[in-house]
Design a protein around this ligand. Structure first.
Ligand SMILES: NC(=O)c1ccc[n+]([C@@H]2O[C@H](COP(=O)([O-])OP(=O)(O)OC[C@H]3O[C@@H](n4cnc5c(N)ncnc54)[C@H](OP(=O)(O)O)[C@@H]3O)[C@@H](O)[C@H]2O)c1
Length: 325
């Protein structure tokens, strides 16, 4: 038996995603050949899980589905591992599994991590260093991996660059802030919320501004996950030749493109999604050697998961919401 979250997106197609959330028992999944079973010690919540409850990427014919992309736990040989959430074939993506057209994330096609056990392909685990707690390690596979790839693979930045992060409080945003700061970038953030701006300054942001505010200077790059609400500000904030790296669109995905600004200032818009197993291993090592740790906003037992989902739906968090076994 296992406790899991099951999404019933059909019950809540719009507006009220939590109506589709249930906590209950699911049969333990079989372990296919070449896959391993991990006993989940901690699993972190992502906005992806709210999208799943809205039916995004999770059609009715796959319900009920155990949600959750992130986990850290013990494999069947009692090794401490961090789970890689991207289920894909690197060869099909030219060596990069995030480019495999058939890729999926845990909880899209295969059962997710909000359960006592999760099964993943054998290659989809990396060792958890003892220096990271279970909760900290569980934050890394989605939000933190996405931030790592945005900053270090997709942004084309050198230390000393000025980088703007939109929406300071989010899981990806806090990861961007802390990783970028540790890598020697001047990190600026925006937030709708004064308390979150203060928190960002307290953890190392070089500047924190109200959403949409005019900045003291143009930036080399913008890290964008908020989408429509901040897109225009992101483009206006870039220096000529600057780059916006986008991995999410929480507030809407179809803002005006502002094409004249884009060509006139020779801006680049670069998409980014998740990261490779190699990037996850390097992220884990980065945290180990730099001392950077994911801020955990709230840690709850898995059976109280609804409280965590509610907090994320309200947008109140600063950092990650984590469920423990
Ligand atoms: N492509 C990928 O691989 C990938 C991976 C991870 C996440 N994502 C996407 O990235 C987005 C963020 O994910 P997350 O897990 O970090 O979510 P999250 O923790 O819920 O963070 C969302 C943040 O966005 C800001 N925000 C939301 N609505 C806003 C609005 N109307 N105006 C201004 N700011 C707003 C908020 O910041 P403030 O309250 O501070 O303003 C909030 O803290 C989601 O859409 C998710 O699906 C994509």
């Amino acid at each position: 038996m296992r406790i899991g979250e099951t999404a019933n997106a059909a019950a809540a197609p719009h507006g009220k995603p939590l109506d589709g959330l249930t906590v209950g028992d699911q049969p333990e999944p079989a372990v296919p050949d070449g896959w391993v079973r991990v006993r989940v010690k901690a699993a972190a919540l992502n906005h992806h899980d709210l999208w799943s409850l809205r039916g995004v990427g999770l059609p009715d014919d796959r319900l009920p589905m155990i949600l959750g992309c992130d986990a850290a736990g013990l494999d069947d040989e009692a090794r401490e591992v961090v789970v890689h959430a991207v289920i894909a074939d690197p060869a099909a993506g030219g060596g990069d599994e995030t480019l495999d057209p058939g890729r999926s994330l845990l909880s899209e096609k295969y059962p997710g991590t909000f359960a006592e056990y999760v099964t993943v392909p054998r290659r989809n685990v990396v060792p958890k260093p003892a220096a990271l707690t279970w909760e900290e390690a569980a934050c890394l596979p989605t939000a933190w991996l996405t931030a790592y790839r945005m900053l270090f693979t997709r942004a084309d930045l050198a230390p000393g660059a000025t980088v703007l992060v939109q929406g300071a409080g989010g899981g990806v945003s806090t990861a961007l802030l802390l990783l970028g700061q540790a890598a020697g970038y001047r990190m600026w953030v925006t937030s709708r919320d004064e308390a979150k701006r203060e928190r960002a300054l307290a953890v190392g942001a070089a500047g924190a501004f109200e959403s949409g505010a005019r900045l003291p200077d143009r930036v080399d790059a913008v890290m964008e996950t908020v989408g429509a609400a901040t897109w225009s500000h992101s483009l206006k904030s870039l220096r000529p030749g600057g780059r916006v790296v986008v991995s999410g669109a929480t507030s809407g995905d179809a803002p005006p493109a502002d094409l004249r600004r884009m060509f006139f200032l020779q801006l680049s818009v670069v998409g980014s999604t998740m990261g490779t197993l190699d990037e996850l291993a390097r992220l884990v090592r980065f945290c180990e050697v730099s001392g950077v740790r994911p801020p955990v906003d709230l840690s709850l037992p898995l059976q109280d998961a609804r409280t965590g989902f509610e907090r994320m739906a309200e947008g109140d968090q600063f950092g990650k919401i984590v469920f423990t076994a």
